[in-house]
Write a protein that binds this ligand. Structure first.
Ligand SMILES: Cc1cc2nc3c(=O)[nH]c(=O)nc-3n(C[C@H](O)[C@H](O)[C@H](O)COP(=O)(O)OP(=O)(O)OC[C@H]3O[C@@H](n4cnc5c(N)ncnc54)[C@H](O)[C@@H]3O)c2cc1C
Length: 338
């Protein structure tokens, strides 16, 4: 029986999640991941990996809730399994604090994280410049472990992996029936999407094993996230900034802001610093289209543009992408063979 040949471009958290979902749920497809960079060199690798999502105004709330819930449920099942240490997925408790009371005091994802509640005045006294706070337990997914774990799971499901840069979609249409685009920021050139832009983030990994609870300022620019081997201390959100080199001014600013929140950080050792470019877009693009390549209409599924929420939404958007691949299969001429 002829199998549909599916190629997934991208080996960040979105690409590998999508590849695993396709390989495990559509056994009549052969799936290959093609990517220029694999772990430890993707954007996903350095992300703090905390499950909290921004709100995308153009995406219906029900769809965003589904993405968050599916991702949370999937990762929570890993937390509760013996795979948790290898996959680098753990529960993380802490708070999100606001300098002023926000208009929306209860984000949509508060229904899915554990024990969401508003902070008391007594708790807020620890953060004198902040008037409002939310306490909850969420998940921290450390991609330096999780990506390797996903790749292993993908290979076990029969998936193939190739390291190379894709310069044009035409080169893929020779060998594959369906193209799944999970190239993140790379989509700017690969599919010519002018809406995609970098959101530069600089973080420090610090040794502070006495810290166990995260603190995040609500604008997402200042945070302290204790993890398995280090504490991720950040950060920056610089729209349109393509610089991958470290900026000393950013390092100083991060340390100053975070030490103000957690004075004991002044005693912590800096283990390393890292810069990554989030794949910014007004909304993630999860949709399918038919593209004209070398005179043929080739089905293509997009799954990219998750901005600062790529780890958080990766499994949910991967499941939606699988549904789109299934629709492509039903409409393909070789469907009689599947
Ligand atoms: C400092 C920082 C902190 C963050 N913290 C969090 C957080 O706490 N929680 C959260 O949810 N998110 C967080 N994020 C965001 C998260 O990292 C991204 O949303 C996520 O990594 C995007 O994943 P991706 O797979 O789409 O992209 P990437 O990880 O960038 O992967 C893209 C893949 O596509 C490949 N590719 C691109 N173009 C081509 C091409 N032409 N040919 C072949 N391969 C190609 C690349 O090589 C790579 O394999 C953070 C980001 C940063 C920078």
């Amino acid at each position: 029986m002829k199998r549909a040949r599916v190629v997934v471009v991208g080996a960040g958290v979105v690409g590998l999640s999508t590849a695993v979902c396709i390989a495990e749920t559509l056994p009549l497809c052969s799936v290959t991941v093609v990517a220029e960079k694999f772990s430890p060199d993707t954007t996903s690798d350095g992300a703090a990996g905390i499950l909290i999502s921004e709100f995308f105004p153009d995406i219906p709330l029900a769809r965003q809730r589904q993405w968050f819930k599916d991702s949370f449920d999937h990762l929570f099942a890993i937390v509760q399994s013996e795979s948790s240490p290898e996959a680098g997925v753990m529960l993380s408790s802490g708070c999100q604090i606001f300098p002023e009371v926000p208009a929306d005091t209860k984000p949509y994802w508060s229904d899915f994280v554990i024990g969401f509640r508003l902070m008391t005045d007594r708790e807020l006294k620890r953060f004198p410049n902040h008037k409002f706070g939310q306490a909850f337990t969420t998940i921290k997914c450390e991609c330096s472990s999780y990506l390797l774990w996903l790749e292993k799971r993908f290979r076990k499901a029969g998936g193939l992996v190739q390291q190379r840069k894709v310069n044009s979609l035409e080169e893929l249409s020779i060998s594959y029936d369906i193209i799944v685009n999970c190239s993140g920021l790379g989509s700017k050139s690969l599919v010519g999407d002018a809406e995609v832009y970098p959101v530069r983030g600089q973080v420090l990994k610090m040794e502070a094993p006495w810290l166990h609870h995260f603190v995040r300022v609500a604008d997402g620019k200042t945070y302290i996230y204790p993890g398995i081997r280090s504490v991720t201390v950040g950060g920056t959100r610089q729209d349109g900034d393509w610089r991958l080199q470290l900026d000393e001014g950013d390092t100083e600013s991060v340390l100053q802001r975070c030490t103000r929140l957690e004075p004991s950080l002044s005693q912590a050792k800096v283990l390393c610093e890292w810069v990554g470019l989030r794949p910014g877009r007004r909304s993630p693009r999860v949709e399918r289209e038919l593209v004209q390549l070398r005179g043929c209409r080739v089905p293509m599924v997009h799954n990219y543009g998750h901005g600062g929420s790529g780890i958080t939404l990766s499994w949910g958007t991967a499941l939606e992408a699988v549904g789109l691949v299934r629709q492509c299969l039903h409409e393909m001429p070789l469907k009689s063979n599947l």
